[in-house]
Design a protein around this ligand. Structure first.
Ligand code: SPV
Ligand code: MG
Length: 512
């Protein structure tokens, strides 16, 4: 089966084929070039190296005319062997070649000169299993069956391991005649691009060794790319294409990302994985939907809100997750997370819930509200921050909007430039920040390094000692920490939501 790059070589293997045809036509086309030796042989070699790395299948290379005379064939074959290529097919035409389906009566190589190319190729292979297939273009160029057989015989005698007999007729008659008269003196290879209607079993019965499906993956991808490009251009939207294109996850799978993750575990110095505390003790009305379950258990397209949140945490490498539950605690379940109860949830606030999980606050720790969803990059960006405490702040939150929101005053507002990496720091986080001092809304997501986690523990202890812990919310706790230590503000724009209203719930169900 044809392939023209690493990706298509993987797809050939995935489909179950036993070998890859590295087509000259499609390798050139994938580079944006004509099948006229416009790509130099070393450029072809580079593509072949990607293909050989991408598949364990044997690759038969379309070597065109051998890229010159016997001397070029020698060097080409040596380089192919070095790269683990299984074989090469060379055709009895002249350099620079022209695709066989263009024009009529293309000139053929002199038989003796071509036999020299075959001998030179065979003498140069450094791998005993390497095969050289000689391609007979006589029938395509308008010569007789006798001439085709005469050439095949000469090429076989010169050392070719197999003969490719090519035809551009719309039926396979001349292929069957050739096969019968050839009588299996050496394996026969065919390319039924033009005579595609003949059942493969007839070729088997005729003793043909190998069929090359020569260009169909490139042609399939051209059709798919055209349709997708036209749709996106027309719609200025991905809505119509999203369901029909391969998923990004499929790309990761095909490229073997799982292997890299395993290798990272083996070879990278291991840094202790961050842990997380999810605050899910509070209630919330939500139009009567939370009378027997808390918000975090609301269904968001087949998964609870909590399951989606924990899924995002896990994707970012946060595996040790503690969930503080309170209201309807028996309804809060999720495999693989530790449940911590705040049984005084009705009379205490978020800071108290966090304090209930204080033994989980050691080392790098993420603290998240249990009713938020956010894109993973937001969490990744907090996890890679150099600050000891960093909070995710939505710049859109600076605009007035009704509802109970955690508003942020920072020492520097968002400049509008995401590349501007001058740090901003939290000054105050509260529900009642005046519009003029409001620089955004806290997303309910914070990350502490081991040092930052120490500050968090100290502040919880200090508030406890002062008798203010029970009534405190997270904004107060973070504001108090910010008064003593730098709390970095990381600005984002959208790409998250919290579920406070039925409208939020509907949005959460659309949040992918
Ligand atoms: C190719 O795939 O580049 C070939 C086969 O040489 S054909 O196009 O049928 O000549
Ligand atoms: Mg070709």
């Amino acid at each position: 089966m044809e392939a023209h790059d690493g990706l298509s070589a993987k797809i050939v293997q995935e489909a179950g084929f036993r070998g890859v045809w590295a087509s000259g036509l499609t390798t050139s086309a994938a580079l944006g070039l004509r099948d006229s030796n416009e790509a130099s042989w070393t450029q072809v070699l580079e593509v072949l190296e990607y293909m050989a790395d991408a598949t364990t299948l044997p690759i038969l290379v379309d070597g065109d005319t051998g890229h010159g005379n016997f001397n070029n064939v020698r060097r080409f074959v040596r380089k192919l062997c070095e790269r683990g290529i299984a074989g090469v097919c060379i055709e009895d035409k002249l350099f620079p070649k022209t695709n066989s389906f263009i024009g009529e009566a293309q000139p053929l190589a002199d038989v003796d000169e071509f036999c020299g190319r075959i001998k030179a190729g065979k003498d140069s292979q450094t791998d005993d299993d390497f095969v050289l297939v000689a391609r007979v273009e006589a029938l395509i160029s308008g010569h007789s069956m006798e001439e085709a057989l005469r050439r095949a015989e000469a090429y076989h005698a010169a050392g070719a391991d197999a003969i490719l007999i090519h035809s551009k007729k719309s039926n396979a008659d001349e292929i069957f005649t050739f096969a019968e008269r050839w009588g299996n003196r050496a394996p026969l290879v065919i390319v039924p691009t033009m005579y595609y209607a003949t059942p493969t079993d007839l070729y088997r019965q005729a003793g043909i060794s190998t069929i090359i499906w020569a260009n169909h993956l490139l042609r399939a991808s051209m059709a798919a790319m055209r349709e997708t490009a036209a749709r996106i251009h027309e719609d200025e939207s991905l809505m119509r294409v999203e369901g029909s294109v391969s998923t990004v996850k499929d790309i990761f799978r095909l490229m073997g990302n799982a292997e890299l993750e395993e290798a990272e575990r083996r070879y990278l110095p291991s840094k202790p994985a961050p842990s997380a505390v999810v605050l899910a003790a509070g209630g919330g009305e939500l139009g009567g939907m939370t009378t027997d379950q808390p918000k975090c258990m609301l269904d968001i397209r087949g998964q609870s809100l909590l399951q989606r949140l924990v899924g995002t945490l896990r994707e970012s490498g946060v595996r040790d997750v503690s969930v503080v539950r309170g209201q309807h605690k028996e309804a809060v379940t999720l495999q693989g997370v530790r449940m911590v109860d705040n049984d005084r949830h009705a009379s205490t606030g978020e800071a108290m819930s966090l304090a209930c999980a204080r033994d989980a606050i050691k080392g790098e720790t993420v603290v998240a509200y249990g009713d938020v969803l956010f894109r993973r990059y937001i969490l990744d960006s907090l996890l890679t921050s150099s600050a000891d405490v960093v909070v995710a702040v939505d710049t859109l939150g600076a605009q007035p909007r009704p509802g109970n929101r955690d508003l942020v005053t920072a020492d520097r507002r968002f400049s509008g430039d995401y590349l501007d990496d001058r740090p901003a720091h939290l000054v105050r986080l509260a529900g009642d920040v005046p519009a003029a001092e409001c620089h955004g809304e806290w997303m309910g997501l914070a990350r502490f390094t081991a040092r930052g986690a120490g500050w968090l523990q100290e502040e919880i202890a200090a508030m406890e000692a002062e008798g203010v812990l029970e009534g405190a919310d997270m904004p107060l706790l973070l504001t108090r920490i910010a008064a003593k230590h730098p709390v970095r503000v990381k600005y984002f724009t959208g790409h998250w939501l919290d579920v406070d209203t039925l409208t939020d719930l509907a949005e959460a169900r659309n949040f992918t």
